[in-house]
Write a protein of this length. Sequence first.
Lengths: 173, 86
Amino acid sequence: MRLGVDEVGVTELMGVSEHTRALATAAAALLLDSLDSERALVPPLDPGAAEEPAKALLEEIAAWAEAAMGHRSAPILWRVLAHNPHYIETTWRKERTLMGDGALSAHDKRRTALGVAMAMRGGYLIEYNAALLRRAGDTDRDILEVLGVVDHYTTLNTLSEGMQIESDIRPSA
Amino acid sequence: MTTIRMVDPAGVSGRTKEIFDAVLRREATVFGATSVSNIWRCMGHWPALLEANWNRSRALMQRGRFTPLQRELIATAVSIGNACTY
């Protein structure tokens, strides 16, 4: 990749992409349509009724959400996954590992995740990532700038796939 | 296999030539291109499409507050999701 990103950065980008796609698929499969919704294919677990280790994880997520989203409550996606302690633990740990600062900044990763969610039309993950970005200072114009790239690359991807255009852009030696 | 013949930049004139020249200047700066890339050449069959998308490329990929890297990360991630190998 150009712009000074090495193989580690490219792998981080792939990780952010697949993680966001997987979460968006899970959210859609659970019929989650909004951060505010309490409706889901599997009802969210009441944190007060959860048992360990899910209880501790939901408390950890709620503390994170207070700082990152502005309200102390684990988002519904995590409360649904909490029915299976292994599922929530491995997925939440993956989220924290992949979306933190690395070769790519946490902020750039989150903007990328928003773009992936937009391209998938994943309503829940669009709201989720946009809420985190707004809390981190992004404005309407920033959200629209992410959308602009998504929009334009939907155009270019459609043309190149529809016409089976062979790539003539090669990595520099 | 490409399903469309690529427009030869040497054989165009007028507005299409102006846009191809601008695309090449941009691509030479960004990734050292020495010829107009295929994605833009394929649009040359319909100059109105070429111009509309070049204008959007300039507006959405070359202007704004994001760094080129930030835009490229999103673009690449979207292309992965769309299974676009270009």
